[in-house]
Design a protein around this ligand. Structure first.
Ligand code: IPD
Ligand code: CA
Ligand code: CA
Length: 267
């Protein structure tokens, strides 16, 4: 049997250490690079933070394997055993431009089943986490289970960038999308999937929709939201394969089903 509490204590300690290093780095000039395109940023801090976690995990848990966004983890084709999915800085654009609103995201799975999830707001020093089967917490306060919500009262998180790609003006998908925007109480876009998933978990938002996220973007949030009775699927309502990129619909009960049936199936 694995000692999840022991791992939990290590993760929390490493998150604090990573925070200190990141705050120190923010006093110096960042080395900013681009990846897939000119707006896909990566910095020395993304890489150093991932290396810090990979080094610690490999030394304390040599049999565990790691999927890290910046590529310092392992090459993984199956979910056998214990797998850590790490996004060292989620919201790198916020990190570079705003120096806030970025998260560290860590999800830990055993044979494909979520066990521990951490979403850490580095600047605010606020941690959202879950130990599967034992509850989810905001710092040291237990989060309440997510209650049924109504679409008319919902605030939903989404990325305006994909509106153009899924809904051409005048066609059925744009009509479905516009009616979703009209029917909800409000929309938000924070530029960090981890932050938006943390906000769904803590009830600050009622749903979050993304057309494409990588496993390290959603792995931790999925564990935390599901521990609270929320629902996380792709936008077709199907279970997510956490080894693959996926669209994401994460929401409290009630809101998830309505978004899926009334709007997303027409996109
Ligand atoms: C990105 C952020 C963003 C989401 C992108 C992600 P990164 O992660 O979570 O909110 O819309 O799809 O790639 O690159 O800042 O780690
Ligand atoms: Ca990310
Ligand atoms: Ca990242």
């Amino acid at each position: 049997m694995n000692n999840w509490i022991h791992i939990d204590q290590h993760v929390k300690q490493w998150l604090k250490e990573a925070r200190n290093a990141i705050l120190t780095s923010l006093q110096t000039k960042l080395a900013i690079d681009t990846k897939a395109n000119a707006n896909d940023l990566v910095t020395n801090v993304d890489k150093e933070t991932e290396q810090f976690f990979v080094h610690n995990i490999h030394s304390h848990y040599p049999t565990h394997r790691i999927i890290g966004e910046e590529g310092f983890g392992d090459i993984i084709e199956t979910l056998d055993g214990i797998v850590w999915l790490i996004d060292p800085i989620d919201g790198t654009m916020n990190f570079v431009h705003q120096k806030r609103n970025f998260f560290i995201s860590i999800g830990i799975y055993e044979n494909g089943v979520g066990k521990l999830g951490y979403l850490y707001d580095v600047i605010l020093d606020e941690l959202y986490y879950a130990i599967a089967g034992e509850g989810a917490y905001f710092n040291d306060v237990k989060l309440p289970l997510l209650q049924e919500g109504r679409i008319e009262e919902a605030i939903i998180g989404l990325n305006p960038f994909w509106i153009g790609s899924v809904s051409k003006v005048g066609n059925d998908s744009s009509k479905a999308f516009i009616s979703l925007l009209n029917d909800v109480r409000g929309t938000r876009s924070y530029g960090s999937a981890a932050m938006e998933l943390a906000y769904v978990a803590s009830g600050r938002m009622d749903a979050y929709i993304s057309m494409s996220l990588s496993p390290w973007d959603y792995a931790a949030g999925k564990i935390i939201i599901e521990e609270l009775g929320g629902i996380v699927t792709n936008i077709a309502g199907e279970e997510i394969n956490i080894l693959e990129k996926s669209s994401i619909l994460a929401a409290r009960p009630g809101v998830h089903g309505v978004i899926l049936d009334r709007y997303l199936k027409n996109l």
